[in-house]
Design a protein around this ligand. Sequence first.
Ligand SMILES: [Zn+2]
Length: 159
Amino acid sequence: MTWSDEDISYLKKNYSTNPNMDEMCERLNRSRRAIQHKGARLGLSRHGHLSRVYPGRTPRKIIEKRYYEKNKERIYRRKINRMRELKKEMVKMLGGKCQKCGYNNKCFAVFDFHHQKGDKEGNVSLLLKNESRQKLLKEIKKCILLCANCHRELHHTGQ
Ligand SMILES: [Zn+2]
């Protein structure tokens, strides 16, 4: 079902200000999902709308905060594990040994990703923390694998 101009202008007017999604569903004769999808396509956001106050109900932000407080150990560990797994995989992808001295200890923590000069777009250790796998892979492809010693030596001698 295509959106009429009238419906679109109604949505633009109401999407970010009308707290009542059900009312919009009824007026537009569409599901929540369809409305949210269209809203996103139009670049609208509902973050600014004033929520209805439900007596006795805990606001979502407080619930999220409580969830985080209760589970932060687990959340933190999950993040660290993701980083480690990714690094392990990237190290394997680049041959699993230092390209200068051949060091290939099982502990992947000793490895650095060295950028060949000039084409660095992102810091790999930061990318490992926060970026998508795709972005990381793109950056990793420009690197060679060095052990921490060789990496430091190389930067020290400025080669
Ligand atoms: Zn080395």
